[in-house]
Each structure stands twice: as structure tokens, then as C-alpha cells.
Design a binder for this molecule. Structure first.
Ligand SMILES: [Zn+2]
Length: 171
């Protein structure tokens, strides 16, 4: 990623009010970081240490810098064996993925809508994609993609989520 200021990050959120965006807690290592730190980021994903059920995703999309607010379902995903993160396509045991709902309205006053998806509970999609992290005891799909191709695919999945939310926000 390129470097982005705190105000640019706050302005990037497409599915919450301006006031809510002002209250988002960003990871300390990102705010005012050197361009070298930013360069290593594929996209940003983190949860709010004060309310861990809230998660955030900021990416450089075809529409520019965009951010999403997500709510993690507190209940663990039950049964059904392995589940796949819809961003990085890593297979996890059921506790390793979280069902998140992504509001598709700018404020709670608007007509409420959301989309649901499964993502890595620890939000470490980038580390899984780069092979820096592996879920315990779950066999992954056999793939011949290079790390660069996997990153590209993951960014495509992130883009798809933003596109879906943008389309619903327009309605
Ligand atoms: Zn993931």
C-alpha cells in the first residue's frame, strides 16, 4: 500500500457514519508509519481492542482507499468441519473462522441491511496467504499458485466484497 494519513483512513469508511469513523481505533503501528511500513501492507485488517467483535478492513480498491466496518458474530461457527475464509481461502477448523456481518447502510438510522461472510478469526489473511501462518491440524487445498498469484486472488476477493457493499449502499 501507499502511505495514508489518519484523516484519509477515517474518510475511507464507506459503511458507517462520519461520527462513527472518527471513533475508530487504528493499529498504532500504522498511524504515522514510514512509507516502508506501508509498503509491506497488502491491506489493513484489525479488530478494536476495546470491542473485539468489531473488525475493520481498509484496502486500496478500484474506487481508491476504502474501509469497511464489520461485526463479528460472537457465537462460534458450529459443526460442519473445516470452513474457508472468503478472503484468503484458507481452511480452518470452525473456531478459526468468524461469521462477520458487514452493514450496507451508512448509519443505523438508514434502512438496515448487511451482508455476511466468513473470514479468518484472527484477521491474519495476509500471513496465511504468504505462508507465514498455518492453521493447526487442517489440510489445505493443494495449489500451484505462486505467493504473488495468491495475493492477487485475495485482493480480488477483497475487491468483490467492497463492490457488493457499494452496490447495496446505492440502493
Ligand atoms: Zn483469511
Amino acid at each position: 500500500m501507499r502511505s495514508h494519513s489518519e484523516s484519509a483512513l477515517r474518510k475511507s469508511f464507506i459503511n458507517c457514519s462520519k461520527g462513527a469513523a472518527q471513533r475508530i481505533n487504528f493499529p498504532k503501528e500504522i498511524l504515522n508509519a514510514d512509507p516502508a511500513v506501508w509498503e509491506k501492507q497488502i491491506f489493513l485488517s484489525w479488530s478494536d481492542p476495546k470491542s473485539p467483535q468489531r473488525a475493520f478492513l481498509v484496502a486500496e480498491t478500484t474506487s481508491g482507499l476504502q474501509g469497511l466496518v464489520m461485526e463479528r458474530n460472537a457465537a462460534q461457527v458450529k459443526g460442519g468441519g473445516a470452513r474457508m475464509c472468503q478472503i484468503c481461502l484458507t481452511l480452518h477448523s470452525s473456531s478459526g473462522v468468524s461469521l462477520v456481518s458487514i452493514p450496507t447502510s451508512k448509519s443505523s438510522q438508514d434502512k438496515y441491511g448487511s451482508i455476511g461472510t466468513y473470514i479468518c478469526s484472527d484477521l491474519e489473511c495476509v500471513a496465511y496467504t504468504l505462508g507465514k501462518k498455518k492453521p493447526d491440524g487442517i489440510r489445505q487445498m493443494e495449489e500451484t499458485l505462486t505467493p504473488e498469484e495468491k495475493i492477487e486472488r485475495m485482493l480480488g476477493n477483497v475487491q468483490d466484497i467492497f463492490t457488493r457493499v457499494e452496490e447495496l449502499l446505492k440502493k
